[in-house]
Design a protein around this ligand. Structure first.
Ligand SMILES: Nc1ncnc2c1ncn2[C@@H]1O[C@H](COP(=O)(O)OP(=O)(O)OP(=O)(O)O)[C@@H](O)[C@H]1O
Length: 360
């Protein structure tokens, strides 16, 4: 078997009493776009800084093509970096900024000039060569930062929240550019964000960080359809949670009782089985079926409609169970169940047990 391109092995980082990263292990394939997604303080940036060589791990190793990087100083790792704030040299022109890493590496002038032209074309900033960073928009400055980071053909590019200072429209535009550039250059990218939409848009795989560990790694659709933990289920996409009682659990499946009445069998189960204990049933709002009359199946849940919101192509129906738990349903615009639906109506919610998850 061929060795993985980049291996992160049992990384831990302690800052005095604070453990920023507990234990991070993962393999990255050559040319992959892998995103570290997680809330503030979950250890994403610390892991990236260890890869960059700005920080040393308290434990663990990082291997690139099978060789440890830890004894190689940051500037000799040949890893490109783009950060949140524009880190361009303000006194240098755009062209000089892009040429900088090549000049440091003492490349011949003709090669530097050709590379600057190639990079300006790649980030679609031809003609901007003589401008100073201050004469460019935020999005343009980030494209120059990207061009500079890629100028010396690094095998790996690290990006730490590079778009968070930009407004939504510009962010989406540059996300599109980053995807195109990734496809064109086939550079391996490790990207940090706390924005799930950005992670889903950009990545081949996403590593979900929580409290210094990776909860789950997978493609966006894998994480959405099969979240390993409640944290991942809440972080990727919208979700409803209902308290339930565990009747039976084992082999990754559970039978549960909802509100002491409806029994649902064979639901995918995650956690330590504690039969008789409380658990949480997770449902995706678009997977719920809304029925206007009580169905014969015992697994449907009677709820009261508390709000109906029009959201363009979707209708969001907020409901409440008899115990006061909220459950949101998303239905496509024009869905027949919506016509003449009003607040205060009693409706029944059904779902396919295979599309739900129980977390304990
Ligand atoms: N130099 C440091 N000294 C002490 N604690 C630190 C240091 N750097 C990070 N930490 C702590 O380590 C934890 C993880 O921080 P880290 O910056 O890696 O998280 P993050 O997921 O990247 O968050 P953010 O999105 O806010 O940057 C946090 O609790 C943070 O306060």
């Amino acid at each position: 078997m061929t060795k993985p391109f980049l291996q992160i092995r049992g990384i831990r980082k302690e800052y005095g009493p604070v453990t920023a990263v507990h234990d991070v292990t993962l393999d990255v394939a050559q040319g992959e776009f892998l995103t570290f997604l997680g809330p503030s303080g979950s250890g994403k940036s610390t892991t990236l800084y260890i890869l960059a060589g700005f920080e040393n791990p308290s434990r663990g190793d990082i291997l690139l093509n099978g060789h440890s990087l830890l004894s190689t100083p940051s500037h000799k790792r040949n890893i490109g970096m783009v950060f949140q704030r524009y880190t361009l040299f303000p006194n240098l022109s755009v062209g000089e900024n892009i040429a900088f890493p090549l000049k440091v590496r003492r490349r011949p002038k003709a090669e530097v000039d050709a590379k600057v032209r190639e990079m300006l074309k790649l980030v679609r900033l031809e003609g901007f060569e003589d401008r100073k960073p201050a004469q460019m928009s935020g999005g343009q400055q980030q494209r120059v930062a990207l061009a500079r980071a890629l100028a010396y053909d690094p095998p790996v590019l690290l990006m730490d929240e590079p778009l968070s200072a930009l407004d939504k429209k510009l962010r989406e535009e540059i996300q599109h550019e980053i995807r195109r550039i990734h496809q064109q250059t086939e550079v391996t990218i490790l990207y940090v964000t706390h924005d799930q939409e950005e992670a889903l848009r950009l990545s081949d795989r996403i590593a979900v960080f929580s409290k210094g560990v990776i909860d789950q790694i997978g493609t966006g659709p894998e994480l959405y359809a099969n979240p390993a933990t409640r944290f991942v289920a809440e972080f990727i996409g919208d979700s409803d949670f209902l308290p339930c009682d565990l009747l039976r659990a084992g082999n990754g499946r559970a039978d549960i009782s909802l509100g002491g009445t409806a029994v649902v069998a064979n639901v995918p189960f995650h956690g330590q089985p504690a039969v008789g204990g409380r658990a949480a049933l997770m449902l995706r709002p678009e997977r719920l079926k809304l029925m206007r009359s009580a169905p014969p199946a015992a697994s449907a849940l009677a709820v009261t409609v508390s709000d109906i919101t029009f959201l363009g192509n979707n209708i969001h129906v907020a409901t409440e169970t008899a115990k006061g738990d909220g459950l949101a349903i998303r239905l496509p615009f024009g869905h027949e169940a919506i016509s003449s639906l009003s607040r205060g109506d009693t409706v029944w919610l059904g779902f396919d047990p295979a599309s739900a998850h129980v977390f304990c």
